[in-house]
Design a protein around this ligand. Structure first.
Ligand SMILES: [Zn+2]
Length: 339
Protein backbone atom coordinates (compact mmCIF):
# COMPACT_ATOMS: atom_id res chain seq x y z
CA UNK A 1 0.00 0.00 0.00
CA UNK A 2 1.20 3.45 -0.84
CA UNK A 3 1.65 5.57 2.23
CA UNK A 4 1.43 9.34 2.33
CA UNK A 5 4.69 10.80 3.72
CA UNK A 6 4.78 14.17 2.02
CA UNK A 7 8.02 16.08 2.65
CA UNK A 8 6.37 19.38 3.43
CA UNK A 9 9.57 20.93 4.82
CA UNK A 10 11.61 20.17 1.68
CA UNK A 11 12.57 23.21 -0.46
CA UNK A 12 11.28 21.74 -3.72
CA UNK A 13 8.02 20.71 -2.06
CA UNK A 14 7.55 24.22 -0.67
CA UNK A 15 8.10 25.68 -4.13
CA UNK A 16 5.07 23.64 -5.19
CA UNK A 17 5.58 23.66 -8.97
CA UNK A 18 3.17 21.57 -11.05
CA UNK A 19 3.98 19.01 -13.73
CA UNK A 20 3.23 20.02 -17.33
CA UNK A 21 2.54 16.40 -18.25
CA UNK A 22 3.36 12.84 -17.24
CA UNK A 23 5.40 11.66 -20.20
CA UNK A 24 7.79 9.22 -18.52
CA UNK A 25 7.97 7.28 -15.27
CA UNK A 26 11.55 7.36 -14.01
CA UNK A 27 13.21 4.64 -11.92
CA UNK A 28 16.01 5.85 -9.63
CA UNK A 29 18.22 4.40 -6.99
CA UNK A 30 19.97 6.76 -4.57
CA UNK A 31 23.35 5.07 -5.27
CA UNK A 32 24.52 5.01 -1.67
CA UNK A 33 25.11 1.24 -1.33
CA UNK A 34 26.59 -0.30 0.84
CA UNK A 35 24.88 2.17 3.17
CA UNK A 36 21.42 0.75 3.85
CA UNK A 37 18.63 3.31 4.03
CA UNK A 38 14.91 2.57 3.84
CA UNK A 39 12.17 5.14 3.37
CA UNK A 40 11.49 5.48 7.08
CA UNK A 41 14.45 3.76 8.73
CA UNK A 42 18.14 2.99 8.45
CA UNK A 43 21.18 5.24 8.36
CA UNK A 44 20.31 8.82 9.31
CA UNK A 45 16.79 7.77 10.27
CA UNK A 46 15.67 6.96 6.71
CA UNK A 47 15.13 8.95 3.51
CA UNK A 48 12.07 10.78 4.79
CA UNK A 49 14.04 12.25 7.68
CA UNK A 50 16.95 13.10 5.38
CA UNK A 51 14.88 14.90 2.74
CA UNK A 52 12.00 16.42 4.68
CA UNK A 53 13.82 19.53 5.82
CA UNK A 54 14.77 23.01 4.63
CA UNK A 55 17.95 23.16 2.54
CA UNK A 56 17.19 19.95 0.62
CA UNK A 57 16.32 20.94 -2.95
CA UNK A 58 15.97 17.53 -4.58
CA UNK A 59 12.76 15.58 -4.33
CA UNK A 60 11.09 12.52 -5.86
CA UNK A 61 7.46 11.46 -5.82
CA UNK A 62 8.35 8.71 -3.42
CA UNK A 63 10.61 5.96 -2.17
CA UNK A 64 10.00 2.24 -2.54
CA UNK A 65 11.56 -0.33 -0.27
CA UNK A 66 10.87 -3.88 0.88
CA UNK A 67 8.10 -2.67 3.19
CA UNK A 68 6.07 -0.64 0.69
CA UNK A 69 5.66 2.55 -1.32
CA UNK A 70 6.03 5.91 0.43
CA UNK A 71 4.74 9.02 -1.32
CA UNK A 72 7.00 12.03 -0.72
CA UNK A 73 5.12 14.46 -2.97
CA UNK A 74 1.69 14.76 -4.64
CA UNK A 75 1.48 13.07 -8.05
CA UNK A 76 1.06 16.36 -9.94
CA UNK A 77 4.04 18.11 -8.34
CA UNK A 78 7.13 18.83 -10.43
CA UNK A 79 9.95 17.27 -8.39
CA UNK A 80 13.64 18.04 -8.92
CA UNK A 81 15.03 14.54 -9.50
CA UNK A 82 16.50 14.34 -12.96
CA UNK A 83 18.65 17.45 -13.33
CA UNK A 84 16.91 18.81 -16.41
CA UNK A 85 14.03 21.23 -16.37
CA UNK A 86 11.94 19.53 -19.09
CA UNK A 87 12.51 16.17 -17.40
CA UNK A 88 11.52 17.47 -13.99
CA UNK A 89 8.34 19.04 -15.37
CA UNK A 90 7.24 16.02 -17.39
CA UNK A 91 8.33 12.94 -15.44
CA UNK A 92 7.28 11.19 -12.28
CA UNK A 93 10.14 9.56 -10.37
CA UNK A 94 10.62 7.16 -7.49
CA UNK A 95 13.76 5.98 -5.72
CA UNK A 96 14.16 2.24 -5.15
CA UNK A 97 16.03 1.67 -1.90
CA UNK A 98 19.23 -0.35 -2.27
CA UNK A 99 19.06 -3.23 0.17
CA UNK A 100 21.36 -6.13 0.94
CA UNK A 101 19.85 -9.58 0.47
CA UNK A 102 18.15 -11.31 -2.46
CA UNK A 103 15.00 -11.62 -0.35
CA UNK A 104 14.94 -7.89 0.31
CA UNK A 105 15.65 -7.03 -3.31
CA UNK A 106 12.81 -9.28 -4.46
CA UNK A 107 10.36 -7.36 -2.30
CA UNK A 108 11.59 -3.97 -3.51
CA UNK A 109 11.36 -5.23 -7.11
CA UNK A 110 7.80 -6.52 -6.62
CA UNK A 111 6.56 -3.44 -4.79
CA UNK A 112 8.08 -1.23 -7.48
CA UNK A 113 6.74 -3.25 -10.43
CA UNK A 114 3.22 -3.22 -8.99
CA UNK A 115 3.40 0.52 -8.37
CA UNK A 116 4.77 1.42 -11.82
CA UNK A 117 2.13 -0.83 -13.43
CA UNK A 118 -0.56 1.11 -11.55
CA UNK A 119 1.02 4.40 -12.66
CA UNK A 120 1.04 3.22 -16.29
CA UNK A 121 -2.67 2.50 -15.96
CA UNK A 122 -3.39 5.79 -14.29
CA UNK A 123 -1.56 7.91 -16.86
CA UNK A 124 -2.36 5.72 -19.84
CA UNK A 125 1.30 5.02 -20.57
CA UNK A 126 2.77 1.85 -22.09
CA UNK A 127 5.53 0.02 -20.11
CA UNK A 128 8.09 1.47 -22.56
CA UNK A 129 7.58 4.80 -20.81
CA UNK A 130 9.02 3.33 -17.61
CA UNK A 131 12.71 4.17 -17.90
CA UNK A 132 15.79 4.35 -15.73
CA UNK A 133 17.56 7.62 -14.95
CA UNK A 134 20.40 6.55 -17.31
CA UNK A 135 17.91 5.97 -20.14
CA UNK A 136 16.42 9.44 -19.62
CA UNK A 137 19.98 10.76 -20.01
CA UNK A 138 20.35 8.80 -23.26
CA UNK A 139 17.11 10.42 -24.44
CA UNK A 140 18.52 13.85 -23.62
CA UNK A 141 16.46 15.03 -20.67
CA UNK A 142 18.41 13.97 -17.60
CA UNK A 143 21.73 14.37 -15.85
CA UNK A 144 24.37 11.73 -16.52
CA UNK A 145 23.67 9.13 -13.84
CA UNK A 146 23.80 5.36 -14.23
CA UNK A 147 21.01 4.43 -11.81
CA UNK A 148 19.30 2.08 -11.33
CA UNK A 149 21.46 -0.36 -13.36
CA UNK A 150 24.24 -0.98 -10.79
CA UNK A 151 21.65 -1.98 -8.17
CA UNK A 152 19.73 -4.20 -10.57
CA UNK A 153 22.98 -5.74 -11.84
CA UNK A 154 23.87 -6.96 -8.34
CA UNK A 155 20.85 -9.27 -8.65
CA UNK A 156 21.24 -10.10 -12.34
CA UNK A 157 18.48 -7.75 -13.51
CA UNK A 158 18.22 -4.84 -15.94
CA UNK A 159 15.72 -2.07 -16.70
CA UNK A 160 14.53 -4.22 -19.58
CA UNK A 161 13.61 -6.96 -17.10
CA UNK A 162 11.85 -4.38 -14.96
CA UNK A 163 9.73 -3.19 -17.90
CA UNK A 164 8.83 -6.81 -18.65
CA UNK A 165 7.73 -7.22 -15.03
CA UNK A 166 5.60 -4.06 -15.22
CA UNK A 167 4.09 -5.19 -18.50
CA UNK A 168 3.21 -8.63 -17.07
CA UNK A 169 1.41 -7.01 -14.16
CA UNK A 170 -0.50 -4.69 -16.44
CA UNK A 171 -1.86 -7.52 -18.56
CA UNK A 172 -2.45 -9.80 -15.55
CA UNK A 173 -4.68 -7.33 -13.75
CA UNK A 174 -6.57 -5.45 -16.42
CA UNK A 175 -8.05 -3.68 -13.41
CA UNK A 176 -4.72 -1.92 -13.11
CA UNK A 177 -5.42 0.00 -16.30
CA UNK A 178 -8.64 1.30 -14.82
CA UNK A 179 -6.57 3.91 -13.10
CA UNK A 180 -7.30 2.49 -9.68
CA UNK A 181 -4.46 3.54 -7.45
CA UNK A 182 -3.48 2.55 -3.99
CA UNK A 183 -3.85 5.04 -1.20
CA UNK A 184 -5.89 8.17 -0.89
CA UNK A 185 -8.52 9.07 -3.41
CA UNK A 186 -9.01 5.58 -4.77
CA UNK A 187 -11.68 5.97 -7.47
CA UNK A 188 -13.14 2.47 -6.94
CA UNK A 189 -14.23 0.02 -9.60
CA UNK A 190 -14.45 1.26 -13.17
CA UNK A 191 -17.35 0.90 -15.53
CA UNK A 192 -15.84 0.97 -19.01
CA UNK A 193 -17.57 2.33 -22.10
CA UNK A 194 -16.55 0.18 -25.02
CA UNK A 195 -16.83 1.85 -27.44
CA UNK A 196 -16.48 5.18 -25.69
CA UNK A 197 -19.72 6.93 -24.91
CA UNK A 198 -20.44 10.39 -26.14
CA UNK A 199 -21.31 13.13 -23.67
CA UNK A 200 -21.92 16.84 -23.37
CA UNK A 201 -20.78 19.04 -20.52
CA UNK A 202 -23.81 20.13 -18.53
CA UNK A 203 -24.92 21.53 -15.11
CA UNK A 204 -22.45 24.44 -15.18
CA UNK A 205 -23.69 27.74 -13.80
CA UNK A 206 -23.05 31.40 -14.61
CA UNK A 207 -21.11 31.71 -11.36
CA UNK A 208 -18.99 28.71 -12.16
CA UNK A 209 -18.94 28.43 -15.95
CA UNK A 210 -15.93 26.16 -16.43
CA UNK A 211 -15.38 22.48 -15.70
CA UNK A 212 -11.88 21.45 -14.60
CA UNK A 213 -10.27 18.53 -16.42
CA UNK A 214 -7.72 16.96 -14.10
CA UNK A 215 -4.81 14.53 -14.33
CA UNK A 216 -6.56 12.07 -12.02
CA UNK A 217 -10.01 11.16 -10.67
CA UNK A 218 -10.33 13.61 -7.79
CA UNK A 219 -9.87 17.25 -6.83
CA UNK A 220 -6.42 16.54 -5.39
CA UNK A 221 -5.10 16.21 -8.96
CA UNK A 222 -3.88 19.11 -11.08
CA UNK A 223 -5.97 20.85 -13.71
CA UNK A 224 -4.86 20.35 -17.33
CA UNK A 225 -7.62 22.30 -19.07
CA UNK A 226 -11.19 23.51 -18.70
CA UNK A 227 -14.40 22.86 -20.57
CA UNK A 228 -17.50 24.98 -21.06
CA UNK A 229 -21.20 24.15 -21.06
CA UNK A 230 -22.13 22.03 -24.10
CA UNK A 231 -18.58 20.97 -24.97
CA UNK A 232 -18.45 17.44 -26.38
CA UNK A 233 -16.25 14.68 -25.02
CA UNK A 234 -15.83 10.91 -25.22
CA UNK A 235 -16.34 9.04 -21.96
CA UNK A 236 -13.89 6.16 -21.54
CA UNK A 237 -14.95 4.93 -18.12
CA UNK A 238 -16.66 5.94 -14.91
CA UNK A 239 -15.58 5.16 -11.37
CA UNK A 240 -17.46 4.42 -8.18
CA UNK A 241 -16.36 7.74 -6.72
CA UNK A 242 -18.39 9.60 -9.35
CA UNK A 243 -15.51 10.63 -11.57
CA UNK A 244 -15.08 9.78 -15.25
CA UNK A 245 -12.09 9.39 -17.54
CA UNK A 246 -12.66 11.31 -20.74
CA UNK A 247 -11.05 11.95 -24.11
CA UNK A 248 -11.10 15.39 -25.72
CA UNK A 249 -9.54 15.41 -29.20
CA UNK A 250 -6.77 13.03 -28.26
CA UNK A 251 -6.13 14.36 -24.77
CA UNK A 252 -7.23 12.24 -21.82
CA UNK A 253 -8.25 13.58 -18.44
CA UNK A 254 -10.70 13.23 -15.58
CA UNK A 255 -13.82 15.17 -14.64
CA UNK A 256 -16.60 14.85 -12.13
CA UNK A 257 -19.27 12.86 -14.01
CA UNK A 258 -22.02 14.96 -12.44
CA UNK A 259 -21.20 17.52 -15.16
CA UNK A 260 -21.56 15.06 -18.02
CA UNK A 261 -24.71 14.15 -19.84
CA UNK A 262 -23.97 10.83 -21.47
CA UNK A 263 -26.02 10.34 -24.61
CA UNK A 264 -26.33 6.56 -24.32
CA UNK A 265 -26.65 6.37 -20.55
CA UNK A 266 -30.07 4.73 -20.57
CA UNK A 267 -29.55 2.63 -23.64
CA UNK A 268 -29.39 -1.15 -23.41
CA UNK A 269 -28.67 -1.69 -27.09
CA UNK A 270 -25.65 -3.93 -27.80
CA UNK A 271 -23.37 -1.68 -29.81
CA UNK A 272 -21.60 -3.26 -32.80
CA UNK A 273 -19.49 -2.16 -35.73
CA UNK A 274 -21.31 -1.82 -39.02
CA UNK A 275 -19.93 -1.40 -42.51
CA UNK A 276 -21.63 0.43 -45.39
CA UNK A 277 -21.97 -1.87 -48.42
CA UNK A 278 -23.93 -2.54 -51.60
CA UNK A 279 -23.98 1.11 -52.59
CA UNK A 280 -23.09 0.48 -56.25
CA UNK A 281 -20.92 3.55 -56.53
CA UNK A 282 -23.30 5.97 -54.84
CA UNK A 283 -23.19 7.14 -51.24
CA UNK A 284 -25.41 6.27 -48.28
CA UNK A 285 -27.57 9.01 -46.81
CA UNK A 286 -27.21 9.63 -43.08
CA UNK A 287 -30.41 11.15 -41.73
CA UNK A 288 -31.37 12.86 -38.50
CA UNK A 289 -34.10 10.30 -37.80
CA UNK A 290 -35.30 6.80 -38.79
CA UNK A 291 -36.99 7.52 -42.15
CA UNK A 292 -36.63 9.31 -45.47
CA UNK A 293 -38.82 12.07 -44.07
CA UNK A 294 -35.86 13.23 -41.99
CA UNK A 295 -33.23 15.52 -43.42
CA UNK A 296 -29.57 14.69 -43.92
CA UNK A 297 -27.28 14.90 -40.90
CA UNK A 298 -25.46 18.18 -41.34
CA UNK A 299 -22.24 17.15 -39.62
CA UNK A 300 -21.88 13.92 -41.64
CA UNK A 301 -24.49 13.61 -44.44
CA UNK A 302 -23.12 10.60 -46.39
CA UNK A 303 -21.19 7.36 -45.92
CA UNK A 304 -19.00 5.75 -48.56
CA UNK A 305 -18.71 2.06 -49.45
CA UNK A 306 -16.80 0.24 -46.68
CA UNK A 307 -17.07 3.06 -44.12
CA UNK A 308 -17.23 1.80 -40.54
CA UNK A 309 -19.67 3.10 -37.94
CA UNK A 310 -20.85 2.11 -34.47
CA UNK A 311 -24.41 0.82 -34.57
CA UNK A 312 -26.00 2.14 -31.40
CA UNK A 313 -29.70 1.41 -31.90
CA UNK A 314 -32.46 0.57 -34.36
CA UNK A 315 -35.97 1.56 -35.30
CA UNK A 316 -37.95 -0.24 -38.01
CA UNK A 317 -35.86 -0.43 -41.17
CA UNK A 318 -33.26 1.97 -39.81
CA UNK A 319 -30.12 1.68 -37.75
CA UNK A 320 -28.95 4.43 -35.45
CA UNK A 321 -25.23 4.92 -36.05
CA UNK A 322 -22.39 6.86 -34.50
CA UNK A 323 -19.84 8.12 -37.00
CA UNK A 324 -16.23 8.95 -36.14
CA UNK A 325 -17.07 8.35 -32.49
CA UNK A 326 -19.29 11.42 -32.17
CA UNK A 327 -21.90 12.12 -34.82
CA UNK A 328 -25.19 10.28 -34.36
CA UNK A 329 -27.51 9.67 -37.30
CA UNK A 330 -29.69 7.06 -39.01
CA UNK A 331 -29.10 4.90 -42.09
CA UNK A 332 -31.24 2.37 -43.95
CA UNK A 333 -30.60 -1.20 -42.72
CA UNK A 334 -30.31 -2.52 -46.28
CA UNK A 335 -26.92 -0.87 -46.73
CA UNK A 336 -25.22 -1.78 -43.47
CA UNK A 337 -23.80 -5.13 -42.36
CA UNK A 338 -21.63 -6.29 -39.50
CA UNK A 339 -17.98 -5.52 -40.16
ZN1 LIG B 1 18.58 9.03 -10.45
Amino acid sequence: MAENCYCTQNDCYKEGKKLDSVSYLIVHTPAVYPTIIRALSGSGGGWKKRWDKPGVEKLVHGFIDDTGVYEFAPPDMACWHIGDSWGNKNCIGYELCELETVEEFKKVWENAAAHYAALCGKYDLPPERVIGHFEAHEKGFASNHSDPEPYFARFGKTMKDFRAEVSARMSAGSGASSGAEEGDGSPGAAKAYDPWAYARVTNLTADDPLLNVRTGPGTEYGVIRQLGQGNEVDVIEEYENGWAKINIVGQKGYVNARYLEIAEREQEYQVWVGKAYGLGGSRLNVRTGPGTGYGLLESWPKLGEGNLVDVTGESGDWYQVRIAGKYTGWVNKAYLKRA
